[in-house]
Design a protein. Structure first.
Length: 512
């Protein structure tokens, strides 16, 4: 695979969107296949099993990137911006992820950070970060039990809902942010609203002008890029206007496209997406075993919460309760991540920041496969992390069995075939014995990043085996990450040299 820096990609009319929906995913995953149909770029299956690869045309050549590489380019750009502002090298970062990112997606995000030159990374959930930003202004409130806050985060590609208790911490001497429950959808956001509008426009275009065989507008990536941009603009306009026009000149085969769309049409096109938003809110409340009347504050995060339909649904659900808009919905997550970074870095600032304890939760249940494809859960979803759970009721299935294969899954189905396989390992050397006699423990450890390690120990022989879920299916290998990180550093150095040469040439031209 070739390597180019973020700026190079931006200057060659290459539009890559929703890469967050690819990272840590499999090419065959249904949401990926659905998104491929409307993305204005090409995604193919890689050489490795079920690995999605992004293909772009660059200087007349076909170039391939992994989702981790694209994400790394964005992170590297942010790292460079921070270094210029701070005047020092940046090697540590707090990176936020959607609350329903699974273990594969979280690890792939960390890999992207390593490729970008970051060597100390803390992963936190996006609504938790937003709650930190919001809660900072609530620390002075001295009420018993604090405030119960619902974070509703609807961004460009994901929906996150989290229910937290924010307590000023008069009893423990520090503010306590405790997540009670989470819900969400990693494939629901502004991009889906855009997709519905794009598909609507394509149907209208074909209705008026017909199909053209292989030269159909749906296969014209440049036309799709331009149409998506126009639809996104129209979506934003409909947050303030009752109707607007979607216009693209010479969109396909010299044909101009113009279509009026109303806010009510937009809401009808996306009614199933809006319903999913409220289902997530209801699920979060159920999991927390709380009534909607117990919620003190409803905080809106993410650009898509500006959509009037979203706001009206939330107001109606919470019986007219005022929605909190005291923080910038576009910046709240980054603000909260910066606060968490300052805490981890030991910087207390004005004295408030250092007095904060964050207790997050697991978003999916974690367990192992037992007889009959049964999902035996060791850590239920919404368990506070970090956590360590040990289960000691496992044994052999047949006489003189000397090995046990342990498969680790995440998900909510009672059957492992419907859950996500994270990894597997083998415990061997079990002494001969009748089935059911040997006893062994399985231990699950989750760290503050939500990263899982699993171990097993035979209680009779003392033999043990373990796995840190690092390299399953479509993940990058350690040597690949290191190679990509080195290449990114070379590209950065090259870019700095070229930038310096350009500045020298400019000064020479102007006689300075």
């Amino acid at each position: 695979m070739k390597h180019f820096c973020f700026t190079e990609l931006l200057t060659h009319d290459l539009l890559l969107v929703d890469v967050k929906r690819l990272i840590g995913q499999r090419f065959s995953d249904k949401p990926v296949q659905e998104s491929i149909k409307v993305w204005p770029f090409k995604v193919v299956a890689g050489d490795r099993e079920d690995w999605p690869i992004i293909e772009v045309q660059y200087k007349g050549e076909e170039t391939q990137f992994t989702p981790e590489q694209i994400s790394a380019m964005v992170l590297a750009k942010m790292r460079e911006t921070a270094e210029v502002f701070l005047g020092t090298t940046v090697r540590k970062a707090v990176i936020t992820v959607p609350v329903y990112f699974n273990d594969s997606q979280r690890r792939a995000t960390r890999d992207a950070g390593y490729i970008a030159g970051l060597n100390e990374i803390r992963i936190i959930n996006e609504p938790t970060a937003a709650a930190i930003a919001y809660g900072l202004g609530k620390m002075s409130i001295n009420n018993n039990g604090g405030r119960t806050v619902l974070i509703f985060d609807l961004g460009g590609g994901t929906l996150d809902v989290a229910l937290l208790n924010i307590d000023p911490g008069t009893d423990i001497g520090m503010a306590l942010f405790q997540v009670k429950a989470t819900a969400g959808d990693t494939h629901l956001g502004g991009a889906d609203f855009d997709n519905e509008m794009v598909n609507y426009c394509l149907r209208e275009f074909i209705k008026k002008h017909g199909k053209h065989g292989k030269d159909d507008i749906g296969s014209n990536q440049k036309a799709l890029r331009r149409l998506r941009t126009a639809c996104e603009k129209a979506k934003r306009m409909l947050s303030y206007m009752a109707e607007t026009k979607i216009q693209v000149d010479s969109i396909h085969q010299g044909i101009d496209f113009s279509e009026t769309i109303t806010r009510s049409q937009f809401e009808e096109l996306n009614k199933h997406h809006f319903s999913k938003c409220m289902e997530a809110v209801e699920k979060c409340l159920r999991d927390a075993k709380m009534d909607k009347n117990s919620v003190d504050d409803i905080v809106l995060i993410g650009g898509s919460t500006r959509i009037p339909k979203v706001r009206s649904m939330l107001r109606d659900f919470f019986d007219g309760k005022q929605l909190c808009q005291s923080i910038n919905p576009d910046e709240a997550v980054a603000h909260g991540a910066a606060i968490q970074a300052s805490i981890l870095n030991g910087e207390t600032g004005d004295g408030k920041v250092g007095e904060l304890l964050l207790l997050d939760v697991t978003t999916l249940s974690l367990g192992i496969r037992t007889k009959g494809d049964v999902m035996t859960v060791l850590i239920p979803r919404n368990t506070t992390i970090p956590t360590r759970q040990v289960m000691d009721c496992f044994s052999t299935f047949y006489d003189n069995q000397d090995t046990i294969d342990i498969k680790v899954y995440e998900g909510e189905s009672a059957s492992t075939k419907d859950n996500n396989l994270l990894g597997e390992f083998r415990l061997s050397g079990i002494p001969p014995a009748p089935r059911g006699v040997p006893r062994f423990d399985v231990t699950f450890d989750i760290d503050g990043n939500g990263i899982l390690s699993v171990s097993a120990e035979d209680k009779t022989s003392g033999r043990a085996s373990n796995i840190t879920i690092t390299n399953h299916r479509s993940r990058l290998r350690k040597e690949e990450i290191e190679r990509m990180a080195q290449e990114a550093e070379r590209q950065k150095a090259k870019g700095m040299m070229e930038s310096g040469s350009a500045k020298q040439a400019k000064r020479a031209k102007h006689g300075k």
